[in-house]
Design a protein around this ligand. Structure first.
Ligand SMILES: [Zn+2]
Length: 204
C-alpha cells in the first residue's frame, strides 16, 4: 500500500510501516470500510469509505472496541484469534435493507512480524446482496414466528429470525419503527456481553 499518499488525518505516521508492504486490496478506493489499529484497538488508519459509515469523532485515536457496543465481546475474540494464529479471521454479519438482503464479511488480519503482531487490519466487504421479492413480505416471512410475533433484543434491538433462534439481524426498518406484535428477549451477543452468556434466548 502506498502510504505516502494517505493524509495524516487518516493514517498515524508511526503506523505506516505496518501497512507499507501489505499485499492487500486497494483499501483507499474500496467501497466499504477498512481500518487498521494498534493491538489495544486504537485506530491508526481509516480508509475514505470508513467515514461514510461512522459519525465524526470515531477517527484516529479512538478505540474500535469502545465503539463496538454490544459486539465488543465478539470482536475482541476475533482480534485475539488473529493475533494468536497469525492468520486472517473472518466474521459474517447480516445487514438487510428494505430493498435487499445483505451479508457482510469482516476480515481481521494481524500486522507485523509473525508470532509478534503489532497491529490489526480490518476489512469489511459485501458478500451477498439480492433484492427482496417484496420488502414487507420478506421481513414478515423471515421474522414473524408461527404465533405471529416478532422477537426483539431488549438491549440492541436486533431481530430474531423465525425458525433460527440463534440468528439475530439488525433490520433498519424495525429500528426506525417497532413493528406491531413485538416481544422482547436477549440476543446471543448481548447475553455474552451483559450476562456472561447464560441468558441467551431459549430455542423454540
Ligand atoms: Zn442484543
Amino acid at each position: 500500500m502506498d502510504t505516502e499518499r494517505v493524509p495524516r488525518e487518516r493514517l498515524d505516521p508511526a503506523f505506516a510501516r505496518l501497512l507499507v508492504d501489505r499485499d492487500v486490496p486497494d483499501l483507499e478506493g474500496a467501497r466499504w470500510p477498512a481500518y487498521a489499529m494498534w493491538l489495544d484497538s486504537t485506530l491508526a488508519y481509516v480508509n475514505p469509505a470508513y467515514h461514510r459509515g461512522m459519525p465524526p469523532g470515531w477517527g484516529l485515536g479512538a478505540r474500535v472496541l469502545d465503539a463496538a457496543g454490544v459486539l465488543r465481546a465478539q470482536l475482541e475474540a476475533v482480534h485475539d484469534e488473529a493475533c494468536a494464529t497469525g492468520h486472517a479471521v473472518a466474521l459474517r454479519y447480516a445487514c438487510p435493507t428494505e430493498q435487499s438482503e445483505r451479508e457482510f464479511e469482516l476480515r481481521v488480519y494481524p500486522l507485523g512480524p509473525k508470532g509478534a503482531p503489532e497491529g490489526l487490519l480490518a476489512i469489511h466487504s459485501l458478500v451477498v446482496e439480492h433484492a427482496h421479492e417484496s420488502p414487507q413480505e420478506a421481513h414478515e416471512a423471515r421474522y414473524r414466528d408461527l404465533g405471529g410475533m416478532i422477537r426483539h433484543c431488549a438491549h440492541c434491538r436486533r431481530t430474531r429470525r423465525a425458525g433460527a433462534a440463534e440468528v439475530w439481524d439488525l433490520v433498519p426498518a424495525y429500528l426506525r419503527a417497532v413493528p406491531h406484535g413485538t416481544s422482547h428477549g436477549v440476543c446471543p451477543p448481548c447475553a455474552a456481553h451483559y450476562f456472561g452468556g447464560d441468558l441467551g434466548d431459549e430455542p423454540e
